[in-house]
Design a protein around this ligand. Sequence first.
Ligand SMILES: [Zn+2]
Length: 325
Amino acid sequence: MLLLIATNLEKNQKIKEAGLYKQFWVSFDMGPKNMAVVLKNEQYLIAMFQPVFGKLVEYGRQMRILQRKTDRQRRANNPDNYNPDGTIKKGKRLKWKRSKGYIETQAKIRELHRLVKETRKAALNELSSTLVALGCLFKTEKNKYKSWQSNYGKSVGSYAPSYFIKDVYSKAENAGNEAVKLPLKNALSQMCVCGVKRKKNLSERLHSCECGCISQRDILSAYLGLFCSPDLGEWESIAREYHNADRQLLTASHRVYSSQAASRQNSGFVLCLDKRQQSCSCRNEDGHLGENFGNVQVFKDLKTLVGELSLNRKSVQLSSGIPCL
Ligand SMILES: [Zn+2]
């Protein structure tokens, strides 16, 4: 516990050094399996997709190997319980033999489930503390978490959305920050920045609109939440104003998500757009972005990004300290 407090203090120090302490509006898009978080201040727009997932990818791989092994062992020990096509026989009550090897594999699987649970909990805790240090205003939709019935205790890819949001909101309120819940009727996941509403299937994870806006779906929805207020009940037109500068990041989220999905490496990602940076030469003549996403940088996690931003700030301070000749 003490160690946890010490690392949190150290992390807050980094965030303060980077000049980012309590600077951001933070918006969440929570789904049964997907989580997106978008942060915005005057200079930066940051988007995270599956921020906790990266730490669990390796466990997921190990779990699949063990589950295949246990299945092979069960079959080898009980050949009479299976039909010729490999399915389990139905009807009479089957007796199952358990070999020593099978019992050992089962124990390994239980241990891995415990590790996943622990790692996930620690990662969610760390994330909520970091976000509360960065943010001064928090927004999320009033989701009906109970109706999702996700089995996040078991599955590696899923997480505990209602536990996580409760944790963020209570930490934020303790720190004296505003934390608001947006009405679900906005249906942010169906909206585009241009105001057009289109129903999407749950399996559609990418957004693409005739107005030219493309984005990863969950990130766009969290982004729109930034411009929503609970009283008005719908997203505000400022989103349109911001959109020209911010669309680089939305476009990048579409591309990074697609390329991770194509290579089956769903480990999540963090994107950061620095709006004060001069637009670089990677723009094509027609204004479209090159594959290096213009002023958007890709990071593996939030910690790496905060480290990078605090380094940037130090080097800016250093270079402005050199006298002009
Ligand atoms: Zn549109």
